[in-house]
Design a protein around this ligand. Sequence first.
Ligand code: ZN
Length: 297
Amino acid sequence: MQVVILGSGSPIPAPDRAGPATLLRTSAGDLLFDAGRGVSMRAAAVLSGPTAFAAVFLTHLHSDHVTDLNDVITTRWAMSFTPNPLHVFGPTGTECFVAATESMLETDIGYRLTHHEDLTWRPGTVATDVTDGTVFERSEVRVTVAPTDHAPVHPTVGYRVDDDGGSVVIAGDTVPCAGLDRLCAGADVLVHTVIRRDQIEALAVPRLLDVLDYHSAVADAARTAERAGVAPTASPVRPQAICVRWGARPSSHVSATCTRSETPSGAPGSRPALPGGRSAHISGRLTWARARPGRRR
Ligand SMILES: [Zn+2]
């Protein structure tokens, strides 16, 4: 299984950062988690894209996480040569959101159906509202969902993907909560939106300060990982991915066994040092490998 952070941006446009989206390459095909700004372009950069997605999973319906879902739906439909409906899973409200998105696209759907004689079907996206439990099983892959806490945004969910003995958790935007702890128990990788409180507080802009209410700080996410055994404090044995979004630049994401107040940062490709002789790897891609007993990573 491979984890590719396609985007780790925030609602604030950035020239070098796409919106939130994570691609998991599994034995059942490519699974997309969230569809933020630029997702199709970033997926193309790793030779994936809307026609290749086995399914799309949304953590919540905040605009920055779904703004390019319409592009995914249109591109998959227009670039498929047989009916190929996209399956979209998300919290309650997703079925309505997807129906509204296809309604928004109605003019374009009409143009293409009229123009292309061989295109005789509509996008036909299949949306499913999910709340808790297993929501997707194919090949060796199982996707489990649990509620998260991004109040006042409600409902929100996180996902856990198990494949070939390994597991990856996609937390999305959330503060620490029991649902996320449940998903994380014994997981190999945690992809978690975090916020740099220090940088946001330094800006002291009321509307930005508001976002501190419903995101985890880096230390919060590290504690979630510690509780779950993803990254034990003094003896890291498993990789952990922390997606640094709000306020942190220029890194796109950090792969490290971070603990407590550690907040590694740096340019993509760099390996900043952490206490205890450890290091963080900052890049756009993580490759998961099966943990071996006694092997320290
Ligand atoms: Zn959000």
